[in-house]
Design a protein around this ligand. Structure first.
Ligand SMILES: [Zn+2]
Length: 631
């Protein structure tokens, strides 16, 4: 037999000798694995409790009023309430300006005389007052958020995705209104994904930043950036194309290259400071600018190693030394001019600047955005048994001691394989609670910002849960998830909840020697760090999906189930298990690959990873789905 020819043929088909070895090994080992893994118990969904009986009052007689001095956002709030009540009741509500008379009125905004001093910019108060109901809040956004809360609480309205709004119709009554107020712990709340780009979704779910949507004054305005919100030094403020040839000294000196490189700034150069201050002034002079100017390093490790920068960083015990001293110097230069009273300057504690400096403290208007990029997302960030997270948690605690305005840039997807399951639902709430416990004031949950090109996993569910958690880290997580999943996935949603629990329980599992496995944001689907499932668990997961599909009901819900199931089929294909197993006849597992690719196309899944990671137009079905890449 000509082994060279066989190997050549295998290579031509995209199969390595390792692939063959693994297939042979699996053939020998699999029957024994089946003996080791008895089938799991079938999953039994919980019964749904009937709603409690509540005394209700007719709302047909209520007038909706706003005051003469109502802001644009408060008028929007009153109109939103009227529009939604019209959809719910069929009564032709209209909001109008008017003074309270003590009759049955819903008083929207600050006309009811309630004390709003403690509500800040965004807190709301809902309370009964005689025959009236007050929905008020701080300015600019509190009243608007109060109206959405009112509609959720008393009429079960939900804005689950940009398309999926739940506005139950037919109600003509309202339960007794209880007094309730809430002030969110985070002043800045941002995420990307798909629906968070939508204005109504964002307002309804209280996203307030401006990097993925624009919010006018009538939308409640924004807490956001006057410039781009990341990597601004090189990409926007001092572009090497403009300055590097004439002034290489503005840029980082690298010891290894014995020269200046146009990748980061030299933050101890006084001309760099002067030019950056000028640019901050220019951003601030733009009409309608937002509150924060972003002064952040580029996405590489080439920090300056000139003698001056080196000396500062050595004294501070961190490269954050030069960074914070520099941003403080910008802050100080503008401190005496009242024009800049509301200016906030933002910088990163990212990669080489993650460790807090030992001497300098950020000035009061300096935001430090701490980035969790190196962390493990199988375990909560404050899990002391997760070695990757313990060092991050220590950094966060130290920053929170020296920084009055600490923000977090957190990561919630797999940037190398967007279509693989990312088992992180078990850490979303503990992480948000950890941030708030240490006085974090803003959070950006970076997710799959390309999700519209590869929505094959749990994009909308994760976006919704993150958005809701940023508003209220203490929310009832299971109830919130149940509400979304029942509306989005239909009657069989509990089977998908069980699948999410299964993968969450089997990620970050220590190896045979007890070594920690880190769920990073760039795992290949075949890595045990992503998850480890035995054959019984794989078959159990298949049964869960089959049930969810069978019970979905409405076609849109069924399509949502099939779309999210793609991540599971992708994982099975990459790992060559079940219908993708090489132990089956070739035609059978290749047919599974073909069907998966066809469904990727049908659901518009054209991307596998961040950046240039597009899926090929000419898939090789001898290869696993992980290898269907363009270029
Ligand atoms: Zn330098």
């Amino acid at each position: 037999m000509d082994w060279t020819a066989v190997l050549g043929w295998l290579e031509g088909a995209g199969i390595s000798i390792l692939n063959v070895f693994v297939a042979l090994l699996a053939f020998v080992v699999n029957p024994f694995l089946s003996l080791c893994n008895p089938p799991l118990q079938a999953f039994v969904p919980l019964p749904v409790a009937p709603p409690a009986t509540i005394e209700k009052h007719s709302i047909a007689d209520y007038q909706i009023l706003y005051g003469a001095d109502a802001t644009p956002a408060e008028i929007t709030a009153a109109n939103t309430l009227a529009d939604t009540l019209r959809q719910i009741t069929g009564v032709n509500y209209a909001a109008r300006q008017g003074a309270p008379t003590g009759a049955k009125e819903i008083l929207v905004g600050q006309l009811g005389g309630a004390d709003v001093a403690a509500l800040g910019d965004e807190g709301y108060l809902i309370k009964p007052q005689g025959d009236s109901i007050i929905i008020t809040g701080g300015r600019p956004r509190g009243t608007l958020y109060g109206v959405y809360r009112f509609l959720e609480e008393y009429f079960d309205c939900h804005w689950y995705t940009a398309e999926l709004k739940v506005i139950p119709t037919g109600a003509a009554e309202i339960a007794d209104v209880r007094e309730e107020s809430y002030v969110p712990p985070l002043e800045y709340r941002e995420t990307d994904w798909i629906s968070p780009h939508d204005t109504t979704y964002s307002i309804a779910n209280r996203l307030n930043a401006n990097s993925y949507r624009q919010l006018s004054a009538a939308d409640g305005g924004t807490m956001g950036y006057a410039n781009s919100f990341a990597h601004t030094f090189i990409n926007a403020i001092l572009r090497p194309a403009e300055y590097f040839d004439a002034h290489p000294e503005y840029y980082a000196y690298r010891d290894s290259e014995k020269t200046r490189v146009p990748k980061q700034l030299c933050l101890t150069n006084p001309d760099v400071l002067r030019l950056v201050i000028d640019q901050v002034k220019a951003y601030w002079a733009q009409p309608g600018h937002a509150q924060i100017v972003c002064l952040t390093q580029d996405d590489n490790q080439s920090y300056c190693e000139c003698a001056n920068c080196k000396a500062v960083d050595a004294a501070e015990g961190s490269h954050a030394g030069t960074m914070i001293r520099f941003v403080n110097a910008v802050s100080e230069a503008l401190a005496d001019d009242p024009v800049y009273d509301d200016l906030l300057l933002d910088t990163f504690a990212y990669q080489y600047t993650r460790t807090p400096p030992q001497l300098v403290k950020p000035r009061a208007n300096v935001i430090v955005r701490l980035c969790s990029i190196e962390c493990c997302f199988a375990h909560p960030l404050d899990d002391p048994n997760c070695p990757d997270n313990a060092v991050f948690a220590a950094d966060l605690k130290k920053w929170s001691e020296i920084c009055e305005r600490l923000y977090v840039w957190d990561y919630t997807t797999n940037y190398s394989h967007y279509n693989a399951p990312f088992p992180n639902f078990q850490v979303l709430q503990p992480n948000m609670q950890f941030f708030v416990q240490y006085n974090v004031k803003g959070v950006y949950e970076e997710g799959n910002y390309s999700a519209s090109e590869c929505n094959s996993e749990f994009a909308e569910l994760r976006a919704y849960m993150l958005t809701r958690l940023m508003w209220d880290p203490a929310l009832d997580y299971e109830a919130e998830m149940a509400g979304f999943m029942a509306a989005y996935y239909g009657e069989g949603w509990q089977y998908i909840r069980e699948f999410i629990r299964l993968i969450g329980d089997n990620t970050g599992v220590p190896d045979l020697f007890g070594q920690h496995r880190r769920l990073s944001i760039g795992r290949r689907p075949i890595e045990k760090e992503l998850m480890v499932l035995n054959q019984s668990q794989v078959r159990y997961a298949d049964q869960l999906w089959a049930k969810a599909i069978a019970l979905a009901g409405a076609e849109t819900a069924r399509q949502n189930v099939l779309r999210s199931q793609l991540c599971w089929r992708f994982w099975k294909g990459c790992n060559r298990v079940e219908e993708f197993s090489w132990l089956l006849p070739i035609g059978q597992w290749q047919a599974a690959n073909k069907a998966l690719y066809a469904d990727f196309q049908a659901f518009g899944i054209v991307r596998y990873a961040e950046g240039s990671g597009m899926i090929t137009d000419t898939p090789n079905y001898w290869q696993t789905p992980m290898e269907w890449r363009k270029g």
